[in-house]
Design a protein around this ligand. Structure first.
Ligand code: NAD
Ligand code: UFG
Length: 340
């Protein structure tokens, strides 16, 4: 394996990691996936291999276990890591903060620690639009000030960004990029990989597809009295395949030594706000399914509106969201049907 062309993907059997593995392989990279399967399934590897048309190196284990990770670093040679491995349920993080601080921060510190011993090395971190909280100006740019985190989950993203910034500053040879994702949705158009929500989904699109499938009785739309055009919240829904390609662009930039600074941040979104109601209606229309829904009270902690100014990623990474929202919603439904 050529270290410069090999990428370690932690959390690589998860939703975003699996799509990213596919796109990295399509771009000519080798991938090594580490995942403890706490929120994914080993069968995802088969889906990745079918799409990519080749074998994937998969190692089952916990990124919080530094001795296990040391073994992975001894076995494989790579210059870059994409760190997806984390817990991500906002509500659960409020109920059990230690679970989140331990898993999300210990795993990330292990990765940075091992990478800094690796000579020239590149760390790509999965951050989130959650760091902007309720922003004063919209759309948000990378310069928009972060707001104090409203959940332990959000706090782990802010702290991890700071860890990466400080370590890149301190350790020669260590380069970092944080990608701040907006709302990732969709599935691979082949329907061979997609999102596997465990239990009752918290996120909008999995709830929509499960309602369409008859698994849930109706969708609750949280709040229709916001100060937005139709009263429901505005979000920036980014197709997971587009999001995966943003990772390839960022890895290219790192491995080709094109970074202007040792630590860079990019918003990864479409730049287009879409309301909850609009998303529900479009899903019904493109898939020809009547979706039962009703308006209920606002959900605690929801930001009325957030969408990205992604011009920095467009210009510097040469990346742009390209998939049509209707196609994304078709892919989501196709994937849900595959699951049944
Ligand atoms: P996911 O749960 O589908 O994938 C995460 C993967 O990490 C899972 O396969 C899980 O088994 C694995 N994992 C968790 N802890 C681990 C550990 N200690 N050791 C090894 N593997 C571990 O989630 P996703 O939606 O693919 O998210 C990936 C990353 O992107 C996460 O860091 C998440 O916080 C971030 N993110 C996600 C969203 C979103 O809406 N999906 C938005 C912004 C940021
Ligand atoms: N919503 C509903 N009904 C549902 C689920 C969601 O109306 O059953 C609404 C929410 O109120 C919100 C919108 O749909 O207005 C999107 O909600 P999601 O839960 O899908 O996504 P969020 O914007 O709340 O959060 C997502 C990720 C977080 C991440 C955040 C960053 O889930 O991990 O984006 O902005 F931190």
């Amino acid at each position: 394996m050529d270290a410069a062309k090999t990428v370690l993907i932690t959390g690589g059997t998860g939703f975003i990691g699996s799509h990213t593995a596919v796109e990295l392989m399509a771009a000519g990279y080798e991938t090594v996936i580490v995942d403890n399967l706490c929120n994914s399934d080993k069968s995802v590897i088969e889906g990745i291999e079918k799409i990519a048309g080749r074998k994937v190196d998969f190692v089952e284990g916990d990124t919080c276990d530094i001795e296990f990770m040391r073994d992975v670093f001894r076995t494989y040679e790579f210059d870059s890591v994409i760190h997806f491995a984390a817990h991500k349920a906002v509500g659960e993080s409020v109920a059990d903060p230690l679970k989140y601080y331990r898993n999300n921060l210990v795993s990330f510190m292990n990765i940075v620690e091992l990478m800094k011993e690796n000579g020239r090395s590149n760390v790509l971190f999965s951050s989130s639009a959650t760091v902007y909280g309720e922003a004063e100006t919209l759309p948000v740019t990378e310069e928009t000030p972060r707001q104090p985190a409203t959940s332990p989950y959000g706090n782990t993203k802010q702290i991890s960004e700071d860890i990466l910034r400080d370590c890149c500053r301190a350790y020669e040879g260590l380069y970092g990029i944080a990608l701040r994702y907006f709302n990732p949705i969709g599935a691979h158009p082949s329907a061979l990989i997609g999102e596997l929500p465990i239990g009752v989904p918290n996120n909008l699109v999995p709830y929509i597809t499960q309602t369409a499938a008859g698994i849930r009785k109706e969708l609750s739309i949280f709040g229709n009295d916001y100060d937005t055009p139709d009263g429901t919240c505005l979000r920036d829904y980014i197709d997971v395949v587009d999001l995966a390609k943003a990772h390839v662009a960022a890895v290219d930039r790192m491995t080709q030594g094109r970074m202007d600074r040792k630590y860079e941040i990019y918003n990864i979104g479409t730049g287009r706000p879409v309301s909850v109601l609009e998303l529900v209606q479009r899903f019904s229309k493109v898939n020809g399914i009547e979706l039962p829904y009703r308006f209920v009270a606002r959900r605690a902690g929801d930001t009325p509106a957030v969408w990205a100014d992604a011009s920095l990623a467009n210009e510097v990474l040469g990346w742009k969201a390209g998939r049509d929202l209707d196609d994304t919603l078709r892919a989501s439904w196709l994937w849900q049907q595959r699951l049944m």
